[in-house]
Structures are given as C-alpha cells and as structure tokens.
Design a protein around this ligand. Structure first.
Ligand code: PGA
Length: 248
C-alpha cells in the first residue's frame, strides 16, 4: 500500500523570523505524520536545526545537474546532503517556463539528485493552452519519457512524481478531483506498461491550489498519493490540515 506524502514548496518566500514561527507551529502539530518542506537554499540550515528528529523532512526546490565546478550561482546535490536534505523538487513548472529548463535538463537534475541519494520530486503538467488543445497526456508523457530515457523506469522506485497542471498553480483554480485523478491514472498506467510493480508503488502527488478546503476530496482519489503544496504550505493551519487529510 502506498503511503501518502505531502510536501510544501515554499518557493521564494520566508525570512528567518517567519520561518522560525512556521516551523515551530508545524513541528508539534505534525508529530507522527510524515511530511516534507522544500525551503529556499539559504534556509536549509534553519530547517535542519528546527526539524532534526521530527517527522518532518526537508528539501530544496532545485539543484544543479553538475556535481561541482565553475558554475556560478548553482548548488549541487552533495551540498544539499550536507544540510540533511532528503528531497529535492526538479522540473517545477516555474523552472521550466521562467528559467528555460528543458525536459532533458530536468532529467539530468533528476539523475544528479538520485546519484547523491536524494529523492527527486519530479514535477510534470500541462499549460492551459495544452489542456485546451487536448494534448495533456502527450505533454505529461513527453516529460516522463525524458526521465525514463536517461534514468530508466527502475529509477522511479526512488522518486516521487508530482502532477501539477500549470493552470492550477497559484491561480486558486484547482483541478477537479476527477480531472486530477484522470491524469494520475494515466501516469500510473503509462509506467505500468513498463513495470507494473514500480507503477503500483509510485507516489504521485497532486499540486495546484490545494488547500485545507479541497484536500480531502483530492486525497480520496485512488491514484492521488499526496500533494505538493505552494501557497497553503506557508500557512501553518492550512498545511497541517492538508497533511492530516492525506494521513487519514
Ligand atoms: P500552489 O503551488 O499550491 O500555490 O498552487 C503549487 C506548486 O507550485 O507547487
């Protein structure tokens, strides 16, 4: 049985003071519930100090595909490990669309993360235009195929996939549980065609305007195994309620 997992994506939000308050609220409220927070790089040490020994793991939102060298401004997988990270988001739609990350670059980042022992949270999802032109499945398949081509289907045994329709991210427009379930089922069946066991145990998170009010019905879908939460992960009560809905 897959265990649901909720991850927070803080994006470029927070400060030492704000994070201290948020982490202090999350820690007791999520005792015994496994969850993840993906914080901005400068706050990894703060997350590590605050969360060590708790049920909340921490991670980053991006990493370099390179292991070291003259890559000004980049952060490697081993640097993330130095701060106790277990997870790293790769291929978030904001990285793809605002920073030009190609499917191939995302796949290289996924490989770099796994090579260091980090669990990549691989984001896939279609834009509104793509949904309206009926190519949602083709887009998601292409994004997955780039990773499968480079890392093999077996690599998904140590990864999480997050389906995040771009039109639902930060817009307040959530995919309906049925819309999300349909794409999650597509992802699982696509992987199952290559490896049934891997598909069965693969955690597929949903992301895009998840909040306390809609979490329960999303999490009740058979192929939705948790969430990747942006805005609502910055509000302790909201994030806690979403994690609890997933843990039920
Ligand atoms: P949102 O963001 O929950 O604010 O829509 C989700 C994400 O981008 O991971």
């Amino acid at each position: 049985m897959r265990k649901k997992l909720v991850a927070g994506n803080w994006k470029m939000h927070g400060s030492l003071a704000e994070n201290a308050a948020l982490l202090a609220a999350l820690k007791p409220a999520l005792e015994g519930i496994k969850a993840v927070v993906c914080v901005p790089f400068p706050y990894l040490a703060q997350a590590q100090a605050a969360l060590a020994g708790s049920s909340i793991a921490w991670g980053a939102q991006n990493l370099s595909e390179q292991s070291k060298g003259a890559f000004t401004g980049e952060v490697s997988a081993s640097m993330l490990l130095d701060f106790g990270c277990q997870y790293v988001i790769v291929g978030h739609s904001e990285r793809r669309s605002l920073y030009g990350e190609s499917d191939e670059l995302v796949a290289s980042k996924y490989v770099a993360a796994q090579a260091a022992g980090l669990t990549p949270i691989l984001c896939v999802g279609e834009s509104l235009d793509e949904r309206e032109s009926g190519v949602t499945e083709a887009v998601v398949a292409r994004q997955l195929d780039a990773v499968i081509k480079l890392a093999g289907v077996g690599s998904l045994a140590k990864a999480i996939v997050a389906y995040e329709p771009v039109w639902a991210i930060g817009t307040g427009k959530t995919a309906s549980p049925e819309q999300a379930q349909a794409v999650h089922a597509f992802i699982r069946s696509k992987i199952a065609a290559l490896d049934a066991d891997i598909a069965k145990q693969l955690v597929i998170q949903y992301g895009g305007s998840v909040k306390a009010a809609n979490a329960a019905e999303l999490m009740a879908q058979p192929d939705i195994d948790g969430g990747l939460i942006g805005g609502a992960s910055l509000v302790a009560d909201e994030f806690v309620a979403i994690c609890r809905a997933a843990a039920k």
